[in-house]
Design a protein around this ligand. Structure first.
Ligand code: SF4
Length: 293
């Protein structure tokens, strides 16, 4: 079996910064909390919990956290009201929002001040969209699989013809650009498009398409709630090839029927997790590993 290993694997910059900062603080003895799970990867969260990280959920904060303890804001950010609540509860709040995500927040605030309606291409239940919507008032969220006529009538009901299209940083780039092209065709709207999708995820999308063309099947390694990992699975499936979304070798189906297999990962997947899966496939199926790109 030929095993094609994606060129871009492991943590992206924002996730790496968040994880390594937490590790450093925990190892130095700081009592540390995180607002929600730090990243969408069960293995990483488990590892940080073992080091002592306490995960806060459902917006409930301890009224009296241990003296000297700190709380971290994860890479996707939090809405300002949550940030204020954290500042009331904790002496020390460490903001690990990825700078790329933060720039999108700043851009959205600026566009709103210019009187534009924000049309956000993203998922309503995603932490980053939640954090973004907490910063602006005049917006419409459009999710993949949208019904164009409902979207247009919602936009047209808003009393402005000046609209700015932005996207959650981890959405499918092609889907966003297709959506943007369609909106541009709506007469009577002054449309500005801001491509806010993170380049790291665009690169992985392109590689997922390439691996799906080259291989008989693709293994996608990453957390079950990771938006960008699920997006890679969808891209491979849309190409007509089987995609196996796994977190460990135990979750892999039998692969002997495939002459070639690609391996790719989401941006919150640590390299060690990918390496375990690669080692397993290589040993079990006497694979020849080829590094893509
Ligand atoms: S995918 Fe991009 S925007 Fe998201 S955390 Fe990573 S580097 Fe930041």
């Amino acid at each position: 079996m030929k095993i094609y290993m994606a060129a871009s694997t492991g943590f992206c910059y924002g996730v790496n910064r968040a994880v390594t900062t937490c590790e450093r603080l925990l190892k130095s003895g700081v009592t540390l909390y995180s607002q929600g799970e730090l990243v969408h990867n069960e293995e990483v969260v488990k590892h940080l919990r073992k080091l002592g990280l306490k995960v806060l959920n459902n917006g409930k904060f301890p009224l009296k956290p241990e003296q000297g303890s700190a709380v971290v804001i994860r890479a996707h950010g939090v809405p300002p009201n949550i940030e204020s609540a954290l500042k009331k509860s904790f002496e020390r709040v460490i903001d690990l929002t990825c700078p790329i995500v933060y720039n999108v927040f700043r851009l959205a605030e600026k566009l709103e001040k210019q009187g534009k309606l924000l049309v956000i291409f993203g998922r309503k239940d995603h932490a980053e969209v939640n954090a973004l919507c907490g910063r602006v008032k005049n917006y419409v969220i459009v999710e993949p699989g949208y019904d164009p006529s409902t979207v247009y009538s919602t936009i047209l009901k808003k009393a402005t013809k000046r609209i700015a299209l932005i996207s959650q940083t981890t959405m499918d780039h092609r889907e966003f650009m297709d959506f943007a092209e369609q909106v541009k065709l709506v007469v009577d709207l002054e449309v500005e498009i801001f491509d806010t999708i993170c380049n790291v995820t665009v690169k992985r999308e392109e590689e997922a398409r390439e691996l799906a063309t080259r291989c008989a099947a693709v293994v996608v390694v990453g957390g079950k709630h990771s938006s960008n990992t699920k997006k890679l699975v969808t891209i491979v499936e849309k190409s007509g090839k089987p995609a196996f979304h796994v977190r460990s070798p135990e979750e892999l189906p039998p692969l002997q029927e495939f002459e070639s297999v690609g391996i790719i990962s989401g941006t919150s997947t640590p390299y060690t997790q990918i390496q375990r899966i690669l080692d397993y496939i290589e040993t079990k199926y006497e694979g020849e590993v080829i590094h893509n790109g």
